[in-house]
Design a protein around this ligand. Structure first.
Ligand SMILES: Nc1ncnc2c1ncn2[C@@H]1O[C@H](COP(=O)(O)O)[C@@H](OP(=O)(O)O)[C@H]1O
Ligand SMILES: [Mg+2]
Length: 254
């Protein structure tokens, strides 16, 4: 099955423009709801989901969609999927509400249980990361395209951690990787930092959902990195019966 790179990029950017419109309109920005698990839900999450779902359904009517903002199909149905889109229309809702710009639109293509394509778009900075396994990864900033490759550093490494959900258990794991400094970033941008060589290690101890990690994983793996379940060596897999992720470790070196 073929997926059109430009189309996926265009869809992520369209969703990003809609998010920005809400971000920049105080009347819309201040409408914040709460989901059953008490996590925040903004008008932007919903609007972004609607655009992405509509555009993907038009272009690929035969490919199912799993999104943070729609009902997840029953496991008996989705376990049969060969390909599906896994989307987080607005990852880093806390960053959105805190207005620090570190939130992203995420679209991934999953083949069986593996992310093979990922698009991560940051509307505020207009930076877009794209990765396709076996093909490569790049970053688009306005009209500049930069190929991405992990650092593959042997030591003196930089860690990247959640801005809103870092946990103390992470220190113990980071110690093993000769980490000399760490940076905090919101959302799936952490995977992109590793793909870009701005960081080398990302260990997440706390819970995330499959849609939080899929696109970022495809970007970093296409740039030469790896994502492991727990602290390794098993790879991180998708379309599990429960879409809640375990802790994971992302490395930008062998
Ligand atoms: N208790 C919890 N259970 C499941 N996922 C959680 C969680 N706490 C945080 N997350 C996930 O962590 C993501 C944010 O991670 P980070 O802090 O690294 O930016 C959230 O994405 P959303 O903002 O899209 O909801 C959310 O899905
Ligand atoms: Mg998310």
């Amino acid at each position: 099955m073929e997926f059109n790179q430009d189309l996926l990029i265009d869809i992520a950017k369209k969703a990003g423009s809609e998010i920005l419109e809400i971000y920049n309109d105080p009347n819309k920005f201040n409408v914040v709801d709460h989901k059953a698990d008490d996590s925040p839900l903004t008008l932007a999450d919903k609007a972004s989901h609607q655009i992405i779902a509509r555009e993907l359904e038009n272009a690929y009517p035969e490919v199912p969609i799993i999104s943070e903002e729609s009902e997840v199909p029953d496991y008996k149905v989705r376990r049969e999927y060969n390909y599906y889109f896994l989307i987080d229309p607005l990852d880093g809702t806390k960053e959105f509400i805190n207005r620090n710009g570190q939130f992203t639109v995420n679209i991934a293509v999953i083949k069986k249980s593996k992310p093979i394509i990922g698009v991560v778009y940051t509307p505020v900075s207009d930076e877009l990361y794209f990765g396709e396994l076996g093909v490569g990864a790049f970053k688009l900033m306005a009209n500049i395209k930069k190929e991405l490759a992990v650092n593959n550093k042997k030591g003196n490494r930089i860690a990247v951690r959640s801005k809103s959900h870092a946990s103390p258990e992470e220190e113990g794991v980071l110690e093993k990787y000769d980490v000399v400094d760490s940076i905090s970033v919101g959302s799936s941008l952490k995977f992109c930092m590793v793909a870009e060589g701005k960081a080398d290690v990302y260990y997440r101890h706390g819970p995330t959902m499959e849609w939080d990690t899929a696109a970022g994983q495809a970007v970093v793996e296409a740039a030469g990195g790896s994502v492991y379940r727990g602290t390794g060596p098993e790879m991180f897999s998708y379309n599990k019966e429960n879409l809640l992720n375990s802790s994971f470790l992302c490395l930008g070196f062998d």
